[in-house]
Design a protein around this ligand. Structure first.
Ligand code: MLT
Ligand code: ZN
Length: 477
């Protein structure tokens, strides 16, 4: 017996289309799709639909559209801003991309991969790597996050400093629009000036304009040499000075340049099994720098040693460790990638995924730290992030022993305190995580006037019934 509030004719048509295992309605089966990774949002849904290909997805969307049923696209469910979680009405269906999981082809002439939305980023990276190529996008959640999700949110991550965000990698795209029609933009062209850039409109729209079903991703030749180092620095300015030193010598060699504060590193050391700091002593701040090159010689090693040698002499870097093997490299990256998990284990936290111009980062971190410590005594200010592209995760962890709910009740006060400083410095209130439902309230003051009005007009033109991921990105009118 069905437990869904879906109209019976719609339910039956969906079961006929997707099969019984493609339509989940039992709350025990749907629950996991209704809670976000951070467990900030606990929604409900009428069903979870699991189409296996574009045709099934398009027909399912057309059926929901005909019955006026809201739809929430969902990939790996790793959103940091509640972007893939249904609201609490229980009226929406979640459309999960997990069964659309084929890697169709890898093209060595154009250096592209044609892939379904539900392939995890890690699986796509591994497939590229098995053919001597690199999919140059890396994020901490890559084992679960999928291609559709990273494009829908224009994910950034560790290699943006070298290759750009997901937007720069998407040569082609296919999406199902809210009425079930299929937008086929699966071209693999570097030059194609033929009208409005619809592909770019879909990328970063967070599922509010359509559901991405396939993509053509730009690849790169795989690096044949890499050098990775963890460095201790005195402060964020020291990290930026070190970045400038690398960039002056060879900007194209910098593959990643990540910042970690002493507070966030301490959380990783204390809360993640197997993550211990491979340096003599804890420091106020750290940088993880990775250089990579398609050349197989040892020129990167010399570059790394020269720059770090001078930085150590000048006192810019106070200690450093260079990875001597692939497994050491992975251990250094594990320390960085476990930051989000460590903060989750430390209790409630408020994430401020912001960007400011590089030169403003030290002032931003100093001023925002002071303001947050004044707002909530005992708060643990634990910034880290992609300092090479100006993106700081200025995350705030509850005071030790505090009540998590009471801390989270002040989330807007913390976010607004940080955002005011970001705004003064010419930054953005969301660098790579998107708006989702967490930050819709900030849109009118940050993106008001003609900018928000144009977004609303685009949404109304493509989704006049407001069925595709309602409540995300755009605040209620
Ligand atoms: C990361 O870079 O690890 C995530 O985007 C950050 C976060 O947890 O805020
Ligand atoms: Zn990040």
């Amino acid at each position: 017996m069905t437990q869904t509030p879906l109209p019976p004719p719609l339910h039956d048509a969906l079961v006929q289309l997707l099969g019984p295992s493609g339509v989940l309605t039992n709350p025990a089966d749907t629950e996991a799709f209704c809670v976000d990774w951070r467990a900030l949002y606990h929604g409900k849904c009428a069903a979870v639909l699991r189409p296996a290909n574009t045709a099934e997805c398009a027909q399912a969307v057309a059926l929901c559209h005909a019955h006026n049923v809201p739809m929430v696209p969902q990939g790996g469910n790793t959103s940091m801003v509640g972007g893939a979680t249904p609201d609490s009405s229980g009226l929406a269906v979640v459309i999960s991309t997990t069964r659309m999981n084929q890697i169709h082809s890898i093209d060595h002439a154009d250096l592209t991969m044609t892939v379904d939305a539900g392939v995890t980023l890690k699986a796509a990276q591994d497939a590229a790597s098995a053919q001597g190529l690199l999919l140059p996008l890396s994020i901490s959640s890559e084992g679960s996050a999928d291609i559709g999700g990273i494009l829908a949110t224009n994910a950034g991550g560790n290699n943006t400093v070298r290759y750009g965000n997901a937007r720069e990698l998407a040569l082609g795209l296919e999406a199902v629009l809210p009425d079930g029609s299929v937008l086929d933009l699966m071209r693999k062209l570097r030059k194609d000036n033929t009208g409005y850039a619809l592909r770019q409109l879909l990328v970063g729209s967070e599922g509010t304009l359509g559901l991405i079903t396939q993509a053509v991703i730009q690849l790169q030749p795989a690096p044949r040499s890499r050098e990775t180092a963890l460095c201790a620095v005195e402060n964020p300015q020291g990290a930026l000075n070190l970045f400038a030193a690398f960039r002056k010598q060879d900007p194209s060699a910098i593959h990643a340049f990540e910042f970690m504060s002493g507070t966030s590193m301490a959380l990783v050391n204390n809360l993640i099994e197997g993550a211990s700091l491979p340096l003599e002593a804890p420091a106020p701040a750290y940088v993880l720098v990775e250089l990579a090159s398609p050349r197989a010689d040892d020129s990167l090693r010399s570059l790394m040693e020269d720059i770090l040698g001078s930085a150590l002499e000048e006192g810019l870097v106070t200690d450093a460790v260079l990875a001597e093997s692939e497994s050491q490299r992975q251990s250094l990256w594990m320390i960085r990638e476990e930051h989000a998990e460590a903060q989750k284990r430390a209790g409630a936290s408020v994430k401020n995924d912001v960007s400011v111009p590089l030169a403003a980062i030290p002032e931003f971190i100093a001023d925002a730290t002071k303001a947050c410590e004044a707002l909530i005594p005992g708060i643990r200010v634990a910034p880290f992030g992609h300092i090479g592209d100006g993106n700081i995760h200025f995350n705030l962890v509850q005071p030790e022993g505090a009540d998590p709910a009471a801390f989270l009740a002040q989330d807007h006060a913390m976010m607004d305190t940080v955002a005011a400083i970001v705004r003064k410095l010419g930054g953005s209130f969301s660098a790579e995580h998107g708006v989702g439902q967490l930050k819709t309230y900030m849109m009118p003051s940050w993106r008001g006037g003609a900018e928000l009005q144009t977004m609303r007009q685009i949404k109304a033109a493509i989704d006049p019934q407001n069925l595709m991921n309602p409540g995300k990105v755009l605040p209620p009118a």
